[in-house]
Write a protein that binds this ligand. Structure first.
Ligand SMILES: [Zn+2]
Length: 428
């Protein structure tokens, strides 16, 4: 049996995962097991009416068998089982869900879905890349005879159903901790953990001196450690010097998988998608109010790309682009202004850039000629002889960027974006 939950937490980011720990606790107390790991599934990050995180939860529940693994501590220890021996009773699970979701504080539009039959991966795929309507989700729910309930608006059904539909092709894990008390974390221990556990990622931003384990909004979430090797997460947690952790749980997630991205041609790009597009730099980078850096790429059709202020030092890389450079841009598409918000960029080919160092010299008078105007050529001040623009002396300037990938710093990284380098190991 699969359970999906979402509370489209518009005010209290991270609430959904806390509610999930309550559900896990009650389900285990009722004598059932979690099969595999609980799943934290991130969906389309560009939908404006959702929160930054846009995550929903899926759990497989039953009476389990096989190897039991410690997957968390919520008052008592929680174990995940290798496989399902027997299904859970739907009415028991539903009464647990209803009791917890009804009383959930802060959740904007909570919803749960319970189904014996797993949904097609296509639903997940669409929900992570495009826009899914409540209507199409309800069709899937009816076809599979799933049970569901919403508490206020029905929008939470989308996340709850899409989370169930996720079938991991790639996966990473996140160990999330919770507390209602003090939230103290010692920076040095985060750096040490980051160094000693190279399978973990997005822990600390060295460039911006920023601890990326901490959530952005007030919620019971204390910190989260993301990693490709699930076996290292608990050890990594134990290394951190922090105030007291009340509970922790490991989620299997689609974070850092790049599953939101679609390869597209510039003319095919639509708002709210995340795309990979190729083009040549058309408008050279310029900085607008707020410190955002904008440029455009073209293949005939043209689109603006942006490195927003929160991407910090990444903007200095972007500013080095010149007209004609060939690039592949990875990022989410904003509707207004219609722009690709860059997550990473591959510089494929750099054009040669020349700088004028000397005006042409008149062959007769041996004097430097003067410019007549930008792009109009030169004229000898003495005899009036003319020379073309290209007769001046130019030197090729060294480009500061190279043909390679560049990405936004950890501080600006999105949940779904796969970091460059070899830190993300997918464990299959
Ligand atoms: Zn002359």
């Amino acid at each position: 049996m699969w359970v999906g939950i979402d509370d489209t937490d518009s005010l209290h980011g991270g609430c959904t995962t806390y509610i999930a720990t309550e559900i896990v606790k009650e389900i285990c107390n009722a004598g059932y097991d979690i099969i595999g790991y609980p799943r934290l599934v991130r969906l389309n990050p560009n939908i404006p009416w959702k929160t930054r995180g846009n995550g929903a939860i899926a759990l497989q529940i039953g009476v389990g068998g096989g190897k039991r693994e410690l997957i968390g501590e919520i008052e008592e220890k929680v174990y995940g089982c290798a496989y399902k021996k027997r299904d859970a009773r739907a009415d028991e699970i539903i009464s647990i869900l209803d009791k917890i979701m009804k009383n959930a504080e802060g959740g904007a539009n909570p919803a749960w879905v319970v189904t014996e039959k797993k949904f097609s991966r296509k639903l997940y795929s669409k929900a992570v890349k495009e826009i899914v309507s409540v209507k199409e989700v309800k069709r899937t729910l009816a076809e599979t005879r799933a049970k569901w309930k919403t508490y206020r608006k029905e929008i939470g059904l989308i996340g709850a159903s899409a989370a169930i539909a996720w079938k991991p092709l790639n996966r990473t894990y996140e160990l999330l901790t919770y507390t209602h008390g003090e939230k103290f974390i010692e920076k040095e221990s985060v750096i040490k953990m980051d160094t000693l556990f190279p399978s973990t990622f997005n822990n600390y931003d060295y460039e911006n001196d920023y601890i990326a384990l901490l959530p952005h909004s007030p919620s019971p979430v204390f910190y989260g450690i993301r990693g490709g090797d699930v076996g290292e997460l608990k050890k990594a947690m134990e290394m951190l010097e922090t105030s007291e952790v009340e509970r922790w749980i490991i989620y299997e997630t689609n974070q850092a998988t790049d599953e939101h991205l679609q390869r597209k041609k510039i003319e095919e790009v639509k708002p709210y998608e995340s795309v990979i597009v190729k083009g040549k730099v058309e408008k050279e980078p310029f900085t607008i109010e707020g410190g955002h850096v904008i440029f455009s790429i073209s293949n005939g059709a043209e689109i603006d790309c942006a490195a927003y202020e929160p991407t910090k030092g990444f903007r200095n890389i972007i500013k080095e682009l010149k007209k004609g450079d060939e690039v592949v841009v990875y990022g989410g598409v904003r509707a207004k202004p219609f722009t690709i918000n860059i997550e990473k960029i591959e510089v494929k080919k750099l054009v040669d850039v020349y700088k004028k160092v000397e005006n042409p010299i008149c062959k007769k008078c041996k004097k430097h000629m003067k410019s007549i105007g930008k792009g109009k050529g030169y004229k000898c001040p003495k005899c009036g002889a003319k020379a073309g623009e290209n007769e001046a002396k130019y030197v090729k300037i060294e480009r500061k960027i190279k043909p390679r990938f560049y990405e936004v710093p950890v501080i600006a990284r999105r949940h779904l974006a796969k970091p460059l380098g070899d830190r993300v190991i997918y464990q299959l």
